[in-house]
Design a protein around this ligand. Sequence first.
Ligand SMILES: Nc1nc2c(ncn2[C@@H]2O[C@H](COP(=O)(O)OP(=O)(O)OP(=O)(O)O)[C@@H](O)[C@H]2O)c(=O)[nH]1
Ligand SMILES: [Mg+2]
Length: 325
Amino acid sequence: MFIDEVTIMVRSGAGGHGCESYRKRADHKRIPDGGDGGDGGSVIMRSDPQTGSLFPLKSKRVFEAEAGGTGTRNNKYGRKGADCIVKVPCGTTVRNKQNQLLVRDLVEAGHEVVVLKGGKGGYGNHAKRLTTLGEPQKELELVLSFKIIADIFLVGLPNAGKTTLLKRLTGAGVFETEYPFATKAPQLGTYRTNFSELHICELPAIYQASSEGRGLGTHFLQHLERARLIFFILEPETEFANDAKAGYDILSGTIERFNSAFAQIPRFLVINKTDAVPLDERVRKQLPAHDKIFSISAKEGTGVDSLMKAAQEFLGVSSHETTTE
Ligand SMILES: Nc1nc2c(ncn2[C@@H]2O[C@H](COP(=O)(O)OP(=O)(O)OP(=O)(O)O)[C@@H](O)[C@H]2O)c(=O)[nH]1
Ligand SMILES: [Mg+2]
């Protein structure tokens, strides 16, 4: 299941208490020998490329680090409590629920933030210090929201062939279906050549009434925030629009209504299924001239190589071997 927002409770480990103890020397003098308490564990959030969504955090909502051990006699320090590491997908924003302030944006793999530092252990009475208690446990409620990081997003009307193209490009374990609205959540795959990798994401279908919350709604369009390039997957003929131009208008209108800043994201217009229905030249001329237009068949593979070559060039990744002299 795909979850893009979740609220969790995190608790740091309390510091262990310092120990008050005395050892009796041969001359009967009492020597203080109480050890310090160990520090409590911290709660750390880490972005992890192996974690695909916030779903694993949904069921376990409380994350707690270990408390530090109590100091003991004979100058023995308490054990340090283990940290609690919460793994989140790359692209997770962490906010404090109470004040809504941003704690950190965890974008790159391995980025970390200490969201709650463990309590300091108390002093023992060794070295003639006063014994103190360890710092208590602290807790914090955090709202995590996840935006997919991908180079290319596939958006389109229902049944346009987004899944078919994703599967052809990335070999992702997704399956095309004859019925519309089959893809209910964003699907990810990696397009690999010998020289580079591109992350591709199919978003669920958009149609005329999506903005009113019908079909699958438009909530998932928030993932376009970090998009570098969008492929608008269009069809020469579809039951959801009169022609490719009308389909394009629905997609671009819906995306721009969702967030007007998304109008700036570069787009390629990809007319699919041209094996079955050729694109009418008249319609092609109506499509916006400033966008790049490609005719492909995701099913048969025609045109897909030139589409990806253009995408790689556009994104500045190499599509061929470069030799160094
Ligand atoms: N003839 C032809 N059929 C295609 C092509 N690409 C996809 N299809 C067919 O179109 C139907 C829908 O394909 P999907 O890839 O599931 O489409 P989608 O855009 O992911 O659909 P939703 O996720 O349900 O919105 C399937 O029956 C595919 O076999 C193509 O290039 N040519
Ligand atoms: Mg699909």
